[in-house]
Design a protein around this ligand. Structure first.
Ligand code: GLN
Length: 227
């Protein structure tokens, strides 16, 4: 008999420290989250088996460039700088940065009060870039997105800058702190592909449009963010 046709594999890189988008479910090695469900649904729609690859956030773009992964699905904001290195699919989620401080903080009411303060952020993120733009700030960068929260608790930093939906999820799930100031300018998450892989970008965009049309995207959205 003819050998079974091998299923096509789509290697999807992600940094699973970013709940509710990608994280490790408690007591399990399995990755879960909005992006994970979306990546699996897109893979299915495109006729691929999805293989998740756990990487540092700052390792995602290099892994795309070397061809170690096909796509990065990791709450990655579409930025002009990143567009020089990768190609983005259509935006799939609107986000924005926020400042988190300790519950008893009274002096810091927003980003303008961070001059000269110690700010924690994850390496390679838009939060780290924003923190670095604050005058005289001592920016401490961490490998994963949870370490800055722990450091805030431990008084190793005075504030954290991270994506608002991630900070909100942290607080709802028992994390300590309070958000101050407004959500900063809108950032749009996009799935990234190797620069020049127009065919894959087109495939993903078509699959994403199909999931939006058939209600699957809404189902996944409701599961993680409510109505
Ligand atoms: N959206 C932010 C960025 O693109 C943070 C992403 C993340 O930490 N996963 O830099």
């Amino acid at each position: 008999a003819a050998p079974a046709k091998a299923e096509k594999v789509l290697r999807v890189g992600t940094n699973p420290t970013f709940a509710p988008f990608e994280f490790q479910a408690k007591g399990s090695n399995d990755l879960t989250g909005f992006d994970i469900d979306l990546a699996k649904a897109l893979g299915k729609q495109m006729g691929y088996k999805v293989e998740l690859v756990n990487l540092g956030f700052d390792g995602l773009i290099p892994a795309l460039s070397t061809g170690n992964i096909d796509l990065a699905v990791s709450g990655m904001s579409i930025t002009e700088e990143r567009k020089n290195a990768v190609d983005f699919c259509d935006p799939y989620y609107t986000s924005g940065l926020i400042v988190l401080v300790r519950p008893d903080e009274t002096n810091i009411k927003g980003i303008n009060d961070l001059v000269g303060k110690r700010i924690g952020a994850q390496i390679g993120t838009t939060g780290a870039t924003k923190a670095s733009s604050v005058k005289g700030a001592d920016v401490k960068q961490y490998n994963n997105a949870n370490e800055p929260f722990i450091e805030l608790d431990n008084k190793g930093v005075d504030a954290v800058i991270n994506d608002q939906p991630v900070v909100a999820y942290y607080l709802v799930n028992g994390g300590k702190g309070k958000m101050v100031g407004d959500i900063m300018e809108a950032e749009y998450y996009g799935i990234a592909a190797k620069k020049g892989n127009k065919a894959l970008v087109k495939q993903v965009n078509e699959a994403l449009a199909a999931l939006k049309k058939n209600g699957e995207y809404d189902k996944i959205y409701k599961k993680w963010f409510g109505a």
